[in-house]
Design a protein around this ligand. Structure first.
Ligand code: ZN
Length: 221
């Protein structure tokens, strides 16, 4: 079960969204807002329980707190373990759905992953059967959030631009719209992008497995 997948017991009632004057100016807030847990990067954040494994998994949904944690600590979106190797400057692997290659500077809410986890996801995740792109990425700084932008007059969510149902709007931390955004996920931008083919992924996965086996032998000695 992918680490970031949402479970039905994690859905919680969302409080009423109200107009609020904050430090950065006017925007949306919750009626009973907790400034520590409900706000980050000036955006308001959806509430979600942490109850991994409880109820049934919602494969189309991603748990907001686990996604944020995976982005912040470079955890694999599939197994939840760190993707950082012994060298801090090593590139990280990213996998996106769709049939276009990953572009330099592209923004995404998908956390990184391990090569063996990527191969497993491509082989078992039906949406990726319709197309995917993988790349090694040198640098992925915080870019903004993915969420719903609210109308300043009606305080209702605005339609998603070029709307595909269920998709979210990406809002940069430098955009004043961030104070009108109910955020679900952290978004990063991808830089130093080197595309990776299926064959290269399999080689990387085999190399990871070999390294893991060598590490286990060394630990036993
Ligand atoms: Zn993994």
């Amino acid at each position: 079960m992918p680490y970031v997948t949402a479970w039905d017991a994690e859905a919680v009632r969302q409080p009423k969204v109200v107009r609020r004057i904050g430090r950065g100016g006017e925007g949306i807030g919750f009626e009973d807002e907790n400034p520590v847990t409900d706000r980050r990067h000036e955006a308001l954040w959806v509430r979600s329980a942490l109850a991994q494994g409880c109820g049934t998994p919602n494969f189309r949904g991603v748990n907001s707190p686990r996604q944020k944690r995976a982005m912040r600590y470079s955890l694999c979106q599939i197994c939840g373990l760190t993707v950082l190797g012994p060298g801090a400057d090593e590139p990280t692997l990213h996998l996106l759905g769709g049939d276009t290659p990953i572009l330099e500077g592209e923004t995404t809410a998908a956390p990184p992953l391990h090569a063996p986890c990527a191969v497993e996801a491509i082989e078992n995740c039906p949406p990726l059967g319709r197309g995917w792109a993988a790349a090694l990425v040198d640098y992925s700084p915080l870019w903004g959030v993915a969420g719903e932008v609210y109308d300043r007059e009606t305080l209702k969510p605005l339609p998603i631009p070029e709307g595909r149902p269920g998709d979210l709007t990406y809002v940069s931390v430098n955009d004043e719209k961030i104070r009108w955004t109910l955020a679900s996920f952290t978004a990063v931008s991808l830089h130093g992008v080197t595309p990776v083919s299926m064959n290269e992924l399999r080689v990387m996965a085999a190399e990871d497995a070999r390294r893991a086996a060598t590490g286990a032998t060394a630990a036993r000695l």
